[in-house]
Design a protein around this ligand. Structure first.
Ligand SMILES: [Zn+2]
Length: 118
């Protein structure tokens, strides 16, 4: 499942500590919805939490000028190494020249960007 969050514009006055506060509030609302056995509310509040995380990440990324694409790749590789993406690392042994994704050896096109194996 892919959840594509809308890109929102950073508003004047938004800060990293302010986003953290908002994130904790949103997470608290997820907890309330779960306690109330409200599945729709749980998903709505979880989406708000994700959106706040995305905003926090983009604030930090722009303030410190970090390579977010590289960090996203490392994040994905970490999940592969933990076995959370189904296929163990030893059967993933070719790296896409276009996007850098570590692909399964049996695939001839990149699982992420569709680039052909060279
Ligand atoms: Zn690729």
């Amino acid at each position: 499942m892919k959840i594509n969050l809308p890109d929102i514009e950073i508003q004047p006055g938004w800060t990293i500590p302010g986003q953290l506060k908002k994130l904790l509030e949103e997470a608290g609302e997820v907890a309330e919805a779960i306690a109330e056995e409200d599945p729709v509310g749980t998903i709505r509040e979880a989406l708000d939490t994700m959106q706040t995380c995305a905003t926090l990440i983009s604030l930090v990324q722009s303030e410190y000028n970090l390579n977010l694409a590289r960090l996203l790749l490392e994040h994905e590789e970490k999940l592969i190494n933990k076995g959370y993406m189904g296929t163990p690392r030893h059967s993933r042994n070719w790296t896409c020249g276009f996007c850098g994704f570590l692909n399964m050896s049996k695939h001839e096109v990149c699982e992420r960007c569709g680039g052909e194996r060279k």
